[in-house]
Design a protein around this ligand. Structure first.
Ligand code: EPZ
Length: 429
């Protein structure tokens, strides 16, 4: 099994290109189900999850083609992917595929809208929490689908098509918003989604759907209004930059010290996280081509942060911030309100010398003078990268195993950090 080896102690200096957002690319790929015409996506990151979803969509009959690299393009230039769902040949998404990637459950809405039926495995729990799908089912039922749960599958039918409705989500859910939004674009009449998720990736998908002929207004607000249309057509859309990758590298630079340009990053996508870093003493400036992050000499100030839906501090940066605060000059508090079990990194960070205690959903992090390298284990995507951030300043050698988690969501991680001076390499076993 591959591992990542890091020798801590080098400051990061240089430029890190920011990739297209995984969490936008995945639902954008799924949106291809909604039309028989080609959907061309630019700036798609090269990630395990993207490849896996390609296989899942292939099972439904979606043809996926990736354009070859052109002269002058680097390893990190996003891919151009063409997805064509001329005929949906199978409306079943089986357990062995859905259980590998939860986002594949989001095919339920589009399959229902296009084919009037779908059989999609329930995803089950995962390392970061129970992650139910009741809100997805509630929204699709409100659009007129009948859905039974049998043998671990959601069996959904809408033989006479879906019908617009007003749906008020009792809790903000990114996935339920994507799923119901993609179904509602082809429903008859008007759908209003209240308390919809406002994450930028939702806006990116809605903008792409509009290019495909949908009629969605309220993008970026908590109320989305969708006037159903009879059919969607092909379109071309560039995936927005990954705000979580941006925040992760900003925290890495904050940790090691140095000066790095995050090329292609957009500050507006992660203001709350950048504010936290500024409050901690990191210099962050926006420029024409991205964001520049610098910390020279001064220590990090502790923070008090609570995760919440966008525009608040994202749960997907919680682990990385916790790693950073291990080296702050004082005690930080981080409260996780989205996923009840998203603290798997705490015990691994402790192996590097961190002093963190947990009380329910709040972690108390007492800054320490030094971290020391050790073998650690990745437990989920964002937890894994928090270990990388800690490893970058830990004295000596840190080796991280189970790095397939990292490959799900970070493109060219070792290259991007290595090019800025980190001592980091992938070991074959
Ligand atoms: C998306 O997951 C992201 N995944 C997650 O990123 C991210 O952490 C999460 O949103 C929150 O921002 C993708 O975009 C592919 P939710 P999702 O539905 O949609 C509860 C990463 O590392 N809930 O917004 O599954 C749920 O249990 C991943 O890239 C219900 O109760 O998250 C949670 O407490 C990890 N019922 C809260 O809502 C439901 O039907 C928010 O979950 C659905 C969700």
């Amino acid at each position: 099994m591959e591992r990542i080896r890091i020798v801590g102690g080098s400051a990061l200096n240089g430029t890190i290109p920011i990739s297209g957002a995984k969490n936008a690319a995945l639902p954008l790929m799924i949106a291809s189900i909604l039309t028989p015409e080609p959907l061309v996506l630019e700036n798609v990151p090269r990630l395990r999850d993207v490849n896996l979803l390609g296989r899942i969509l292939g099972n439904h009959g979606v043809d996926m083609a990736i354009a070859g690299k052109r002269a002058g393009q680097s390893e990190t230039t996003g891919q151009v992917m063409t997805l064509t769902a001329r005929d949906i040949v199978d409306t079943t998404a089986p357990y062995d595929l859905v259980s590998q990637m939860r986002a594949s459950f989001w095919v339920l809405g589009p399959l229902l809208a296009r084919c009037g039926k779908a059989k999609v495995s329930l995803p089950g729990g995962c390392a970061i929490g129970t992650r139910p799908v009741d809100l997805h089912l509630m929204g699709l039922r409100a659009l007129g689908a009948s859905i039974d749960i049998e043998n671990g599958y959601a069996l959904a039918e809408a033989p006479r098509g879906l019908k617009g409705a007003t749906i008020s989500f009792p809790k903000v859910s990114v996935g339920a918003t994507h799923n119901v939004l993609m179904a509602a674009v082809l429903a008859r009449g008007t759908t209003v989604l209240e308390n919809a998720a406002r994450e930028p990736e939702i806006g990116d998908v809605a903008a792409c759907l509009n290019k495909m002929g949908a009629n969605i207004t309220g993008i970026g607000t908590e109320t989305l209004v969708i006037e159903g249309v009879d059919a969607l057509h092909g379109a071309r859309h560039a995936v927005l930059p990954d705000r979580i990758e941006t925040g992760t590298y900003a925290m890495a630079v904050a940790m090691t010290g140095g000066d790095v340009q995050l090329e292609g990053a957009r500050a507006g996508l992660l203001e709350s996280a950048l504010d936290v870093l500024r409050g901690s003493g990191v210099t962050i400036t926006e420029n024409n081509s991205g964001i520049r992050v610098a910390r020279n000499g001064a220590g990090l100030q502790p923070v008090d942060v609570t995760t919440a839906p966008f525009p608040a501090f994202p749960t997907d940066l919680q682990a990385q911030l916790m790693a950073l605060m291990c080296r702050a000059e004082g005690t930080s508090h981080i409260t996780e309100t989205i996923f009840e079990n998203r603290f798997m990194h705490v015990q691994e960070l402790a192996r590097l010398g961190a002093d963190i205690s947990l009380n329910g959903e709040m972690a108390t992090i007492r800054g320490v003078k030094r971290l020391t390298g050790a073998p650690v284990m990745a437990t989920d995507l964002r937890a894994s990268v928090s270990l990388v951030i800690a490893g970058l300043v830990a004295e000596g050698e840190t080796t991280i195993s189970r790095i397939y988690h990292l490959d799900r969501g970070f493109e060219q991680l070792e290259q991007k950090l290595g090019n800025c001076g980190a001592t980091i390499e992938r070991l074959a076993s």
